[in-house]
Design a binder for this molecule. Structure first.
Ligand SMILES: [Zn+2]
Length: 135
């Protein structure tokens, strides 16, 4: 089974660093699980809103920084299909494809659930399963 990026995913990659776009485009060719791009470039105002969530406005904390790499187009959020946020195994499959693609293309990419890239998921409490960024 091979997958391809849909129109919505391609639109979300607008403005993202071409090195990261190339990794995502290679990853969709080799992934064992389909995925979609749910967020690429994030305007600073949106980051501020997300940062406020769980701090000064109600909700669950979803980010720990005001300086997300999304702002500069150096991060993407990918969601495996079928879309179950609570299925970590599927995110790990997406990560496998992303790491293989990054290796092939010589791009430094890290995953939000394995920040130091040692293959041990969540060892430091990393919880950002849908997040990949250029290092
Ligand atoms: Zn993200």
């Amino acid at each position: 089974m091979t997958y391809s990026l849909g129109a919505k995913s391609r639109a979300k990659l607008q403005g993202v660093d071409p090195r990261l776009v190339a990794v995502v485009e290679r990853a969709i060719q080799i992934t064992a699980v389909d995925f979609m791009v749910v967020e690429g470039v994030r305007p600073p105002e949106r980051q501020k809103q997300l940062y406020a969530q769980g701090r000064t406005v109600p909700g669950k904390v979803v980010t720990w920084t005001l300086k997300s790499k999304h702002i500069e187009g150096k991060a993407v959020d990918l969601l495996p299909a079928p879309y179950d946020w609570k299925d970590p195994a599927k995110f790990a499959l997406v990560n496998k494809a992303m790491m293989q693609a990054a290796g092939e293309l010589g791009a430094g990419v890290r995953w939000g659930r394995d920040w130091d890239g040692d293959g041990i998921i969540g060892e430091k409490g990393e919880t950002d399963g849908p997040h990949w960024e250029l290092t």
